[in-house]
Design a protein around this ligand. Structure first.
Ligand code: DX5
Ligand code: ZN
Length: 217
């Protein structure tokens, strides 16, 4: 079964608590929270204070996607705020191993995200430390962009790198996921599908999530 992680980047920011409750009622599997710093990506969004304020509104897992430089400065804050999965970008700095150890020390899931231009091989020597790989199918920074389908090709290679280890490796895709594209992303091997504009395109969040779950399946 496809897991759908609505991105609250496309939600009404003036009513985020209610939006999260509505996503929960609508059948979301995870809540995807896009954190941007205006430096790693050219946009600014949400900090740990907002994540903490949202935490009491749902029991769904918070899937926090850090599109920030120097993520090591904020890992503890996002964990304290209630992140269940914390994903850093491979491109965010030179010490990915250290970042993953910092996240895992808190006993939560550690993810690594790859920009469209970053090849799977960058994970070769670290894959054993990773719980989730977030494959960007757009250049990060904004919702509502068109999927770059070639970015899906690296999923097969990531799975090869992971080999037959006991601990399952989750593959999540992010960017341009909609009814027309989700089946391709699933065929490429993804387990979790982030969707911002597709979920928030109309008030019928439940209908939109169901449509994504069923499309081309
Ligand atoms: C992009 C973000 C995505 C984005 C997805 O930088 O990481 O999570 O919100 O939005 P859609 O689904 O509209 O492409
Ligand atoms: Zn994201």
């Amino acid at each position: 079964m496809r897991m759908i992680a609505p991105s609250i980047l496309s939600a009404d920011f003036s009513r985020l608590g209610e939006e999260i409750k509505a996503l929960d009622r609508a059948g979301a599997d995870l809540i995807h929270i896009d954190v941007m710093d205006g430096h790693f990506v050219p946009n600014l969004t949400i900090g740990p204070g907002v994540v903490k304020a949202l935490r009491p509104h749902t029991k769904l897992l918070f899937d926090v996607h850090l599109m920030i430089s120097e993520p090591e400065r904020y890992i503890d804050n996002f964990v304290a705020a209630g992140a269940d999965i914390l994903t850093v970008h491979q491109e965010s700095g030179p010490h990915l191993h250290r970042l993953l150890q910092m996240i895992k020390a808190h006993d939560i899931k550690a993810g690594v995200s790859l920009n469209p231009a970053t090849p799977a091989v960058m994970l070769e020597d670290i894959i054993g430390e990773v719980d989730l790989v977030l494959v960007m199918t757009v250049n990060p920074g904004f919702g509502g962009q068109q999927m770059i389908p070639a970015a899906l090709n690296k999923i097969a290679r990531i799975k090869e790198l992971a080999g037959t280890r006991e601990k399952p490796l989750l593959i999540e895709v992010d960017g341009g996921i909609k009814v027309e594209t989700i089946a391709c992303a699933e065929a490429a091997g993804a387990d979790i599908f982030v969707a911002g504009s597709a979920v928030f395109s109309s008030k019928d969040y439940a209908g939109n999530i169901q449509a994504l779950k069923k499309a081309g399946a």
